[in-house]
Design a protein around this ligand. Structure first.
Ligand code: 3H9
Length: 702
C-alpha cells in the first residue's frame, strides 16, 4: 500500500501526519492510516482531540489520480470521512501546505481548520474532468454559500490561506509552526467544552440560497461560455443544486456520488488525466538527468521588438526578470516599447493589474539600438525576420557581444538551429526557444536542441520555461520542429476539401464542433491572407504555379480581402467585431475556382472533413516519433493542446488517435491515398508497424 499516516499522542492530543511524498495524495496506505488513526484516537481515553496535518510541502494533494480507472485497495475515502463525521472528539486540520481536491475535502470534514498563510487550498477536480466527490459539493455551499462555492469549484483555481479565511473556509491563519498552532486550537476547543462543529449539520447558509435559482442559471451560462464541451461543469452544478434544494446531507451526497461516477466513467476524465501526467512527463528528458546543472537566468536580452519580441519581453517582465530589448532604429524601438506599455495599460483598464505594477514591470525594461548592451544578459533570444540568412547574421552579432556562458536562442518557428549554431564559436550554447503568439499569453514553449546543444543549455532552457510559467517541450531540430511540421497537412487538406465541394464555413464548423477554438479559414483570416500572397508576389511565382490550395486566398487578396485586418477575408467582419459572417460571394469564388481547375464538386460529409483534416496530423506525428524529433507521443499532445488549441478534452492528437483505433485510421488513410493520391496520404511506417503489432501510440510511452 502506498503512503502512510504517522500517529502519535502528545498529552491529550492525537497528532496524525499524512506522509506520502512528494505531495501526500490519498493513496491506499494513507486512507488505511487515516481510518486506523481515527479509530485509535477514538478508542484512547487520554485523547480529547485530534490534529491532522501533512508532512513536507503539502497537506494532502487530493485523491491519488493514478488510482482512477483501476482497482483500489484499502478503505475508501468515504469510509474515512464517515469515521471523521461520527467522531465525538473534535478534529482540527492544521493545513501546512497544498490542500487540493480530496485533501481540502478531508479538511472540510474536520471540525475546524487552521491554515498556514502560504498554504493554497483548491478544488481543481474540474480540470481533470471530475468533481469534488468526497463531500466537497455538499459541504462547501453549507459553509460559504452556493454562489461562491460554484465559483470556487468551477474555476478549479487555488486561493492562499488568508483568502481561505476571508471566504470562511478556514477558521484561523497561523504564522509560525502550524502543528503547534493546530494543537493550541484543539486545546482551546477542548477547554471550551469540545464542541464538534460538523459542516454537514449547517443549514442556515443554504436555506438563503433556496429562493435564488439565478445562481444556477448564471453558473450554467458562464460554464457554457468558459468551458465549452466540458462534461463535468454541469455535473458540479447539479450537485450544488442538490445541496441547496434537497437539503438533507445524505441525499445530497448520493447525488454527488452518482454525478462523480458519471464523470469518472466519461472519456473526458481519462483524456484530462492523461494531460495532467503528460505535462509532468514532458519535463523528463532521458539523456538530460534531473540533476543536470543549470544556469541562473537573471537578465534577458531580446532582439526585435515586433509582435514576437515584444511578447517574449513581456513574458520575462511578468516574472520579474529584467530585459534589454534591441531594435535596429529608435523609431521601431519606440513603437515596440509603446505597444508593450499599451498592452499593460489594457490590463489596468480591465482591472487585472495595478498602475504601480505596470510601472514596476516597465522599469525592468531597457530599450537599445546597440548590440553591446546585450553583453550582460544570461540569455539572448532573437526574434528577427524568419529568414535563415538574417538569422545567421544575427547570431554572428549576438556571439560577438554575449558574455561567456550566455544562452544564445532563436525564436524561429521551424528554421535550422544548427545553421545558426554554426555561425558561432559556441554551438553548445545555442538553442531554439520557439514561443507562440501572443508570447506573453500562450503557454507552449518549444525548446529545440541542435546537434551540439549542451545538456546544461537544454536543462536551463527547460527550467526557464517553467520560470516563465510556460510548459516547455523538447523537440529535435528538423524543419517545422514538432508543431508546425504537423500543421502542413492539416491546412493543405482544408484547402483541397473546399475545392472538392465543401465551403470554408462547413470546414470551420466541423473543426469548431470538434472543439478547436477556430477553424482553419478563421485562423487564416486572423493571421492575414496577405502574408503568403505577398511572399509569392515578391518571389515572382507565376499564377499557374500557385499551389491550388492557395488559389482562393490569393483571389481574396487581389480584392484586398486580407482577413480580419481589412474586415474582410473568407468572412465579413462588421466594423470592430472579430466574429466573422459567412459571405455568399466567397462561396461563389470557391465554386468558380473549382471549375477553373476542372474539379467536379460533390457533397463532402462532415465525417470526411474531420478525418481528412486530422489524420494528416496523426500520420505526421507518427513520422515525428519515428525520426526521434519528439521524445514521446505525449510530447506531441502537449504541443498541440498548448500551442495550437487542440481540444484538451480529447487528450491531444496522439491520445485521440489511440481512442479512434489506429487500425481504423490506417484504413481510412489508405482509402484517401487511393482517392486523392499517395503523395499526401502515404502512411507513416510507424503507424503501419503499430497496427500490424496490434499496438497503439501509448505503448511507446515507456
Ligand atoms: C480528487 O481529489 C477527487 C476527490 O474529490 C474525490 C475522491 C473520491 N495523485 O505537480 P508536481 C504527482 S482528484 C497522484 O510535479 P508541484 C505528480 O504526478 C485530485 N500523483 O509538483 C508528480 O509525479 P512525478 C485533485 C500526484 O509541486 C509529483 O506528484 N487534486 C498527485 O509542482 C509531483 O507533482 C489535484 O488535482 C495526485 N493527486 O505541484 C491536484 N498530485 O514526480 C493535482 C501530484 O512522478 N496535483 N502527483 O512526475 C497538483 O496540482 C500538483 O501536483 C501540486 C504540486 C500543486 C499538488
Amino acid at each position: 500500500m502506498k503512503g502512510t499516516v504517522h500517529y502519535e499522542v502528545r498529552g491529550n492530543i492525537a497528532l496524525m501526519t499524512v506522509d506520502n511524498p512528494p505531495v501526500n495524495p490519498l493513496s491506499s496506505g494513507v486512507r488505511q492510516g487515516l481510518a486506523d488513526g481515527i479509530d485509535a484516537a477514538l478508542a484512547d481515553d487520554k485523547v480529547q482531540a485530534i490534529v491532522l496535518t501533512g508532512a513536507g510541502r503539502a497537506f494532502i494533494a487530493g485523491a491519488d489520480i493514478s488510482e482512477f480507472g483501476g482497482q483500489s485497495q484499502g478503505p475508501s475515502l468515504h469510509d474515512c470521512l464517515n469515521r471523521m463525521d461520527n467522531s465525538k472528539k473534535p478534529i482540527v486540520a492544521a493545513i501546512n501546505g497544498t490542500a487540493f481536491g480530496g485533501g481540502l475535502e478531508v479538511a472540510l470534514c474536520c471540525h475546524y481548520r487552521v491554515i498556514a498563510p502560504g498554504a493554497p487550498v483548491g478544488l481543481p477536480e474540474v480540470k481533470l474532468g471530475l468533481l469534488p466527490g468526497a463531500g466537497g459539493t455538499q459541504r462547501l455551499p453549507r459553509l460559504i454559500g452556493a454562489e461562491k462555492a460554484l465559483e470556487f469549484i468551477l474555476s478549479g483555481d487555488p486561493i492562499p490561506g488568508p483568502q481561505a479565511k476571508a471566504l470562511g473556509i478556514a477558521d484561523e491563519v497561523a504564522e509560525g509552526d502550524i502543528v503547534e498552532a493546530g494543537i493550541a486550537f484543539a486545546q482551546k476547543v477542548v477547554a471550551e467544552g469540545s464542541r464538534v462543529r460538523r459542516i454537514r449539520d449547517e443549514t442556515s447558509v443554504i436555506e438563503k440560497d433556496r429562493d435564488n435559482p439565478e445562481i444556477f442559471a448564471n453558473a450554467r451560462k458562464n460554464a457554457a461560455r468558459r468551458m465549452r464541451k466540458r462534461f463535468a461543469p454541469e455535473m458540479i452544478i447539479q450537485c450544488v443544486e442538490a445541496a441547496v434544494n434537497v437539503g438533507d446531507f445524505d441525499a445530497g451526497m448520493k447525488v454527488e456520488q452518482e454525478c462523480f461516477a458519471k464523470c469518472l466513467n466519461h472519456p473526458q476524465r481519462e483524456a484530462l488525466i492523461h494531460i495532467f501526467f503528460s505535462e509532468r512527463e514532458v519535463a523528463k528528458i532521458p539523456d538530460v538527468p534531473r540533476d543536470t546543472p543549470t544556469k541562473d537566468i537573471q537578465r534577458a536580452g531580446v532582439i526585435g521588438c515586433g509582435t514576437m519580441g515584444g511578447g517574449i519581453s513581456m513574458s520575462f517582465l511578468n516574472v520579474g526578470i529584467p530585459v534589454t530589448v534591441l531594435e535596429l532604429d529608435q523609431s521601431a524601438l519606440d513603437r515596440g516599447m509603446g505597444v508593450i506599455k499599451r498592452n499593460y495599460d489594457i490590463q489596468v483598464q480591465r482591472g487585472r493589474m495595478s498602475a504601480e505594477e505596470v510601472d514596476h514591470r516597465m522599469s525592468l525594461l531597457t530599450g537599445t539600438t546597440n548590440y553591446e548592451d546585450l553583453g550582460t544578459a544570461d540569455v539572448i533570444i532573437e526574434a528577427v525576420y524568419e529568414n535563415i540568412d538574417v538569422k545567421v547574421e544575427t547570431f554572428k552579432k549576438m556571439e560577438s557581444v554575449a558574455k561567456p556562458g550566455a544562452i544564445l536562442a532563436s525564436n524561429t518557428s521551424g528554421l535550422d538551429v544548427d545553421k545558426m549554431a554554426q555561425a558561432t564559436s559556441r554551438p553548445e550554447s545555442v538553442i531554439g526557444l520557439h514561443f507562440f503568439s501572443p508570447a506573453n499569453v500562450m503557454r507552449l514553449l518549444e525548446v529545440v536542441r541542435g546537434s551540439k546543444t549542451s545538456k546544461e543549455t537544454i536543462a536551463t532552457s527547460m527550467k526557464l520555461g517553467r520560470t516563465l510559467n510556460k510548459i516547455a517541450v523538447l523537440s529535435g531540430n528538423a524543419p517545422g520542429f514538432i508543431g508546425n511540421r504537423m500543421l502542413g497537412g492539416y491546412t493543405r487538406q482544408a484547402g483541397e476539401i473546399i475545392l472538392q465541394g465543401a465551403t470554408p464555413y462547413q470546414v470551420d464548423n466541423v473543426l469548431l464542433d470538434f472543439g478547436m477554438p477556430m477553424g482553419p479559414f478563421q485562423m487564416n483570416d486572423l493571421v492575414g491572407l496577405d502574408l503568403g500572397w505577398r511572399a509569392r508576389k515578391l518571389s515572382g511565382v507565376k499564377p499557374e504555379d500557385v499551389p491550388i490550395t492557395a488559389r482562393v486566398a490569393d483571389k481574396l487578396c487581389e480584392l484586398e480581402r486580407f482577413g480580419q485586418k481589412s474586415n474582410r477575408g473568407y468572412y465579413i467582419y462588421p466594423e470592430g467585431s472579430r466574429a466573422g459572417q459567412p459571405d455568399p460571394e466567397v462561396v461563389e469564388m470557391v465554386e468558380q475556382t473549382s471549375a477553373e481547375l476542372g474539379i467536379t464538386r460533390r457533397e463532402i460529409s462532415n465525417d470526411e472533413v474531420l478525418k481528412r483534416c486530422l489524420y494528416p496530423l496523426i500520420n505526421e506525428g507518427a513520422r515525428i516519433l519515428e525520426d526521434g524529433i519528439a521524445i514521446r507521443p505525449c510530447d506531441i499532445d502537449i504541443v498541440y493542446i498548448n500551442g495550437y488549441g487542440f481540444p484538451e478534452v480529447t487528450g491531444g492528437p496522439m491520445f485521440w488517435a489511440d481512442k479512434q483505433g489506429l487500425d481504423n485510421i490506417l484504413a481510412d488513410i489508405k482509402k484517401f491515398a487511393e482517392e486523392y493520391g499517395d503523395a499526401a496520404w502515404k502512411p507513416a511506417p510507424l503507424l503501419e508497424r503499430l497496427v500490424k503489432e496490434g499496438k497503439n501510440f501509448a505503448s511507446l510511452q515507456g
